[in-house]
Design a protein around this ligand. Structure first.
Ligand code: AQP
Length: 324
């Protein structure tokens, strides 16, 4: 199967990105034909400083490599290295009804949070549809927040196929989301979805001391240590169980139900579990950082492979609608 997914270079990657998406990227690269990209065109809606964007793009490339993306097994590229993306986006824009974009909750959320109501933010799902359709993707590993955008991608593809495909072969392949229930919405420090916009994130590659400090900020209620607590209703335990070893998870869960465990202890154990989980990746990251020429080579090779695939699909779409 062809796998495709992207991640924005709009700040340091957090553990919501890891569990909701990157872990699946790594798992799916073995038995599939996988394409993963750093979505720098998308980040233009929020990052407005050239040097910062440059830095974020190389940071995300390095992070993905450190977390286990293997350029021998997956195509790792930067979105803007494939300018065909923007041309396809326009072809799709031309058949996308306004109403489909107007109903997108992500746009409304971001404007409510204070982001300017710009066209790029509004049309973001069309660019995302281009990202996906350009590679004939079958499956798109994402978190729950991207589900609606995936539906729009399918709708746009079907509409283009209907308008231009006619009785002939379909122009675009219809992709499906790949969302794992257990990590569809990873909670942040305040119990809401972990998200850069909510400033409730724990960064994957923070220094251990910073991770220990950050987990202490997890918002909890005032149930006393000795009182029983419901682990299923507690976002702190929800996060802990995603990183803890099975025996630790079972022990903490039992003590929640019986009473006798305080949130302070759970926070400390969560911090240690996170540090341990990413210890090897942290070492690999230092190695990639020390060899920027290797990262540049991965990027160049990824761009070449991605462009070759993209060109074929774009030519198909151009021919279908009478361009060229
Ligand atoms: N909390 C989360 N739980 C599960 N999956 C998540 N993802 C993000 N947060 C969670 C998934 O990570 C992938 C890459 O996300 P992105 O680059 O599109 O960033 P994002 O969704 O924009 O991440 P943020 O932190 O939530 O950024 P803002 O605040 O800018 O919106 C996606 O597959 C996403 O689902």
């Amino acid at each position: 199967m062809r796998i495709l997914s992207g991640i924005q270079p709009s700040g340091a990657l957090h553990i919501g990105n890891y569990l909701g998406a990157i872990r699946q990227y790594v798992a799916l690269q073995d038995a599939n034909d996988a394409y993963y990209f750093v979505a720098d065109y998308h980040a233009l809606t929020s990052v407005r400083d050239a040097a910062t964007l440059h830095k974020y793009v190389s940071d995300v490339l390095v992070d993905l490599l450190a977390l286990g993306l293997d350029p021998e097994r997956a195509v790792l590229f930067v979105q803007s290295d494939v300018p065909e993306t923007v041309e396809l986006s326009w072809l799709l824009t031309s058949v996308t009804p306004m109403g489909w974009l107007e109903k997108c909750v992500s746009y409304k959320d971001k404007v409510q949070q204070g982001l300017p109501a710009e066209h790029g933010l509004f049309a973001y799902p069309v660019l995302q549809a281009a990202d996906i359709l350009l590679y004939d993707a079958d499956l798109v590993p994402v978190g729950q927040d991207q589900k609606q955008h995936l539906e729009i991608t399918r709708d746009v593809a079907e509409r283009f196929n209907h308008v231009y495909g006619g009785k002939k072969k379909e122009v675009f392949r219809l992709p499906k989301p790949y969302i794992l229930d257990s990590v569809a919405v990873v909670p942040g420090l305040d119990g809401r979805k972990m998200s850069k916009s909510y400033s409730n994130t724990i960064e994957i590659f923070d220094e251990p001391a910073a991770i220990r400090k950050k987990v202490k900020k997890f918002v909890t209620d005032s149930t006393p240590v000795e009182a029983p607590k419901d682990p299923d209703a507690d976002p702190l335990f929800g996060l802990f169980k995603l990183f803890a070893k099975e025996a630790d998870r079972d022990e903490v869960e039992r003590r929640y139900r019986e009473g006798g465990i305080g949130y302070g202890e759970v926070k400390t154990r969560l911090g240690e579990a996170l540090i341990e989980t990413f210890a090897e990746a942290r070492e690999r990251r230092a190695d990639w950082v020390a060899h920027p020429e290797r990262v540049a080579a991965v990027r160049a090779a990824g761009a070449e492979k991605a462009r070759a695939t993209a060109r074929k699909v774009l030519d198909r779409a151009r021919a279908a609608c009478g361009l060229g």
